[in-house]
Design a binder for this molecule. Structure first.
Ligand SMILES: [Zn+2]
Length: 622
């Protein structure tokens, strides 16, 4: 509940401004694996089956010898009895898209409707290797271990069946998109400083190996294909990819082979439909945008209006985070809501205009927070969904002229609701192992967004935005971890922030500071504050006087060993003594008589996620 809005007297949150200062990074012990995929895949659009070959050159940049590797076989999740099915049947708040009449849609799939992905042969450096399928994971025992720094080549044949669309990918989406092909190929699991991440596909979140993809897709020539990667043969394909005015030669035969290349990505998605419209728009000093959407008169107008907004969003992110590194980005109607992929997104298209822009902005922001800053989102979902939510709230505020007092208010309300429910789990919980989808959603999106907005409260808004830009520069094309964002903020702000990362992301400790007493002390006024919650915070204090004047005071947290700049430069600010966390009580003196004091407010920005705001405001008795 937020009762005290009226008392903030139009104080606005400091403007998020830009001054990049890039320093060379110095994490020399960092390493990551590398993949080089070549795939040649034939898709039968009538029976939804496909066959392919995959050659994978794998470079082991780790200091370890590897005697095993793992592949993800995501489509095996869409079978009755799979872990995804069992989880759906046992969780108290299942995803409505995956349910019908209160029952798991996976449980009722017929053999013709299930998904599968089967490896039919596999060699390592031309020698057959043994492998075993365990649900959505293929476990491969190597003939010869891959030494530290070594390279090996895997070659496989595989076949798959595209499931009825249940979640993210599949055939015949609810909006009639024929093929939404994400998580569709045997994908090597990531090995990093923590070891293997061969997570079964149960519900959500991914972690992949950085590398280069060369993909040939052969399918019915009526279909239009969009997705990750640059098309290598546009003049053969046409369908809106050709240079305008080029005449496409009619080919014999019923199929076309689409050849895509995607450098430095960790996933490859495509979608196809015979009725896609395909528009392009060049962003000024930026990539070419592609739009694929059904020729459906209900949605066409919104999808045309979406195009310049997509360019604006791209420019907003370029400016506030850092330059988008690819030459192409595609917004594609497909999937079951909105999901981010390398150089592209699948979103549902039948939405009102605001919702369509909102989902595009969110998914495009993931290009920075996941497809370039590729945190392990299974383990650190808040760094992906949360940071994406944070920057998309700012972007929406600007490009849709929302001018909200607090663009993150919804995230704070979600977090307060979760705390009140008693169902909160720490953000260190694996994304599949939250008790409730609700608890996952708030921890990842809302509490994750607040990690940044509240960091702005702690170190100052300019330093926050500088932190984001430096974080992007230092960790792009890597797998940043929670400590990396914390260290970046420390380097930028000069403050110690270990306490913040620890309490906010690894515990469910809450913040509750309050005004305990305001008393006359001779000609002056004594204000007594108290810390009730376990989580530490620095405190901004706004004092309003009866003569209409205002001043602010600032009690830095001692363990920060630093102070932020005055967030309200138009008001006088007094920096008080540090508040050592272990002290529950903290007093300070105002240089005015009690009768002059009208009100006192803790954190007028409302960016500190204080779970009890009742005690943040003191008002003089009328
Ligand atoms: Zn997201």
């Amino acid at each position: 509940m937020r009762h005290n809005k009226g008392l903030f007297f139009g104080l606005v949150i400091a403007i998020f401004s830009l001054t990049a200062q890039l320093e060379a990074q110095n994490n020399t012990s960092y390493w990551q694996q590398h993949v080089n995929y070549s795939m040649d895949v034939n898709v039968d659009v009538d029976n939804y089956q496909y066959k392919g070959t995959q050659k994978l050159v794998y470079t082991n940049n780790s200091p370890d010898e590897l005697s095993r590797v793992y592949y993800h076989l995501f489509f095996n999740a869409f079978q009755p009895g799979s872990e995804m099915d069992m989880r759906l049947q046992s969780i108290a708040d299942p995803d409505g898209r995956m349910m019908a009449d209160g029952k798991s849609r996976i449980a009722s799939l017929s053999p013709e409707e299930i998904g599968y992905l089967r490896v039919t042969s596999l060699t390592q450096d031309n020698q057959a290797v043994s492998y075993v399928e365990e649900g959505t994971i293929l476990v491969v025992e190597l003939n010869k271990p891959i030494p530290a720094g070594g390279k090996t080549t895997f070659e496989m044949t595989f076949n798959g069946q595209i499931p009825l669309q249940i979640r993210r990918s599949g055939r015949n989406s609810s909006e009639g998109v024929a093929l939404s092909m994400s998580q569709w190929y045997p994908k090597l699991a990531e090995y990093d400083f923590e070891g293997w991440h061969a997570d079964p596909y149960i519900a959500r979140e991914f972690h992949g190996v950085w590398g280069d993809f060369d993909v040939k897709l052969t399918l019915d020539k009526k279909y239009v294909v969009g997705g990750t990667g640059y098309l290598q043969n546009p003049e053969e394909i046409g369908h809106g990819y050709e240079t305008p005015g080029t005449k496409i030669k009619k080919t014999k035969g019923k199929t076309l082979t689409w050849h895509f290349k995607a450098p430095m990505v960790h996933d490859f998605m495509w979608a196809a439909d015979p009725d896609y419209l395909h528009d392009t728009l060049k962003v000024e000093n930026g990539p070419m945008l592609h739009f694929f959407y059904k020729n459906d008169k209900e949605i066409v107008e919104n999808w045309k209006k979406l195009q310049p907004k997509t360019a604006e969003a791209m420019q907003f992110f370029n400016k506030n985070i850092g330059d988008y590194p690819y030459d192409q980005y595609s917004v594609i109607q497909g999937g079951d809501g909105g999901m981010e992929y390398a150089m592209s997104t699948l979103i549902t298209g039948g939405r009102n205009f605001g919702s369509l822009v909102g989902v595009m902005v969110h998914e495009m922001a993931h290009s920075w927070f996941q497809h370039v800053l590729a945190s392990n989102e299974s383990k650190h979902e808040w760094m992906d969904e949360g940071f994406t939510s944070f920057i998309s709230s700012l972007c929406m505020d600007q490009i849709m002229d929302q001018n909200k007092e607090n663009p993150f208010a919804g995230s704070y309300q979600g977090y307060y609701n979760l705390v009140a429910s008693g169902k909160e789990q720490p953000q260190t919980t694996h994304s599949d192992r939250y008790e409730l989808n609700f608890a996952y959603g708030v921890a990842a999106y809302s509490k994750g967004a607040i990690f940044l907005s509240q960091l702005g409260y702690i170190i100052g808004q300019d330093k926050l935005m500088e932190t984001l830009r430096k974080y992007y520069q230092d960790f792009k094309f890597k797998h940043p971890t929670p400590n990396d964002i914390k260290r970046t903020a420390e380097k930028v702000s000069g403050m110690e922030l270990d306490w913040y990362l620890t309490d906010w992301t690894q515990t469910t400790n809450t913040i509750d500071y309050g005004i305990k007493a305001v008393e006359a002390e001779g000609q002056k006024t004594k204000v007594s504050l108290e810390r009730i919650g376990l989580m530490p915070m620095p405190i901004d204090i706004l004092v309003l006087y009866n003569d209409g004047t205002q001043e602010t005071l600032y009690a830095p947290l001692r363990m920060m060993h630093g102070e932020k700049e005055n967030p309200y430069p138009n008001l006088k600010r007094t920096v008080l003594q540090d508040w050592p966390w272990a002290y529950s009580n903290y007093d300070f003196i105002l240089d005015k008589e009690l009768t002059n004091v009208k009100a006192i407010v803790l954190d007028p920005s409302q960016l500190m996620a204080d779970v009890n705001e009742e005690n943040n405001v003191w008002q003089a008795q009328e």
